[in-house]
Write a protein that binds this ligand. Structure first.
Ligand code: GDP
Ligand code: MG
Length: 190
């Protein structure tokens, strides 16, 4: 539903996925697109969130409150209920050059999602990040480091009923599109 003349609705979105896949870089690219990717920023400690005004694909103005995790090693179980509380959408991120990060989604992150939220009520988007590292994008056929095909990702999506995009936090490719797509699904359901 919309709020004519009123304040844009606020929706909580959570980032999920292994440490190193680029969650923090994606949020940073969204909220501060001119800042170059900073390789010196170490893995996020604890929980933090950023807010960002976004337009849904249907043209509604909404505010996204995007929560970012510490990555699996340091993520304290006691924080999980807080992390998922009142979340309306989730971006599940893997690194297309790292098959383990993709396998973690079904082996670890989907379980946490189901344990700590009413998963069916959450809008979900699958994001394969680091698309700049493939030969398809560089035009160099000899140096592809892709380990997860789009086909594989799409069959995962069908299983869990979610949409899929490949992004690059480095080039910015599809980053805004990904957040707008998810927020559009959230807004349509609200
Ligand atoms: P997080 O642990 O999931 O938050 O991942 P980070 O955002 O900290 O990123 C981990 C590493 O991957 C950093 O060195 C980033 O610079 C790098 N990185 C993140 N996104 C991309 C991307 O799209 N392309 C490339 N080439 N590197 C990326
Ligand atoms: Mg991080």
């Amino acid at each position: 539903t919309s709020t004519p003349g009123g304040k844009p609705p606020l929706y909580k979105i959570v980032m999920l996925g292994d440490s190193g896949v680029g969650k923090t870089s994606l949020v940073a690219r969204l909220t501060n697109p001119d800042r170059p990717l900073n390789h010196d920023i170490s893995a996020t400690m604890g929980i933090e969130f950023d807010t960002q005004m976004l337009d849904t694909p249907q043209g509604h103005k909404v505010k996204a409150q995007i929560w970012d995790t510490a990555g699996q090693e340091r993520f304290a179980r006691v924080l999980l209920p807080t992390y998922f509380r009142k979340a309306k959408g989730v971006i599940l991120v893997y690194d297309i050059t790292n098959i383990k990060s993709f396998e973690s989604l079904s082996e670890r992150w989907m379980t946490q999602l189901n344990d700590h939220s009413n998963s069916d009520d959450l809008a979900k988007l699958l994001v394969g990040n680091k698309s700049d590292l493939t030969s398809e994008s560089s035009g160099d056929n000899s140096s592809s480091s892709r380990e997860v095909t789009a086909e594989k990702a799409m069959s995962f999506c069908q299983e869990y009923g979610m949409e899929f995009l490949e992004t690059s936090a480095k080039s910015g490719n599809n980053v805004l599109t990904a957040f707008e797509k998810l927020i559009g699904i959230v807004h349509d359901r609200a």
